[in-house]
Write a protein that binds this ligand. Structure first.
Ligand code: NAD
Length: 291
């Protein structure tokens, strides 16, 4: 089989980055978001990221035009019907993801591959709600997609071996490296990363240190490029909370319980960089800790 046309659902920080890297690798991309505003913002973001590559001398103006020419925005989910590969990158909510696959299915060709960029939700469970569990996989990109080298590949219990082989080839064509993870909550990266972020929030909650002190400690004490609060704000606190809930529910161990302070920030709508306020306030330069 040949994958030529790729449909992406969700043009948020992950979806627009995924569209960018597929178009750079000369795939034809159809990008859909159920929010016209987010679709517009996603396209703006791709423009900006390509301009950065021009400034760095990595691509020419002509390449930018060609890359943008390969990305088509669509206003209805069904328009992704003619795609060979679908990548779902809507928000981290199981019901939302299942509803997208259900709505899309009747418009897809039999051989179309379905994938999800979920950070934590069971691939087997999502696959079982579709008409093609054997052609379904987790294709988990890292944020920011154009810069990050890794893609986690996650097979559900029913995934056919040749689908896994096809998607390995896709990852290689994107110039990225894959790691295979078994289908357990949070896979590999978030199984390790999210409890660390959650623990940093507990340390803040219990008064062990301030946002600045904890971030500085992890940056300089463990050589992490970003502190846990900077990283949590970058990922999105709603996504962090959703992942912790999946770990907590799926592994049934109290060590994964989300810190109440994380819940409080999400309830306040302080979701991190994307809403300009989370553990830092991004209206200030440099961003100011909010606690
Ligand atoms: P985001 O909030 O930036 O974007 C989500 C987008 O999905 C929004 O533009 C929203 O309008 C759109 N959307 C919501 N419901 C939809 C629907 N029914 N149909 C079409 N579009 C819909 O979120 P994000 O950070 O891009 O995360 C997207 C997915 O990628 C999540 O599953 C998340 O867990 C995963 N992920 C996130 C990160 C990260 O660091 N943020 C990293 C890897 C994977």
């Amino acid at each position: 089989m040949e994958i030529k046309r790729v449909g992406i659902v969700g043009a948020g920080q992950m979806g627009n980055g995924i569209a960018h890297v597929f178009a750079m690798a000369e795939y034809e991309v159809l990008l859909y978001d159920n929010s016209v505003e987010n679709l517009f913002n996603g396209m703006q973001r791709i423009h900006k990221d390509l301009d950065t590559l021009i400034r760095l001398g990595k691509i020419s103006d002509q390449t930018k035009r060609e890359v943008l020419g390969r990305i088509k925005q669509v206003e209805r989910l069904r328009e992704l019907g003619p795609c060979d590969l679908i990548i779902e990158a809507a928000r981290e909510n199981e019901e939302v993801k299942k509803a997208i696959f259900k709505e899309l299915e009747p418009f897809l060709a039999e051989q179309t591959l379905l994938t999800t960029n979920t950070s934590s939700i069971s691939i087997t469970r999502l696959a079982s709600c579709t008409d093609r569990p054997e052609r379904f996989m987790g294709l988990h990109f890292m944020n920011p997609v154009p810069q990050m080298k890794l893609v986690e590949l996650i097979r559900g219990i029913a995934t056919e071996e040749f689908i896994y082989t096809e998607l390995k080839k896709v990852v290689e064509r994107l110039g990225k490296t894959y790691a295979s993870s078994e289908d357990f909550p949070g896979f590999i990266v978030n199984r390790v990363l999210m409890p660390m972020i959650n623990e940093a929030i507990y340390a803040l909650y219990e008064g062990v240190g301030t946002v600045s002190a904890i971030d500085q400690s992890l940056r300089l004490g463990t050589n992490h490029p970003m502190g846990p609060f900077e990283l949590a704000d970058f990922i999105g606190l709603d996504t962090c909370l959703a992942i912790m809930n999946v770990l907590h529910d799926g592994l049934a161990d109290t060590k994964y319980r989300p810190c109440p302070l994380l819940t409080k920030y999400v309830e306040a709508g302080w979701l991190g960089k994307k809403t300009m306020r989370g553990f830092y306030d991004y209206h200030c330069n440099p961003p100011r800790p909010t606690r």
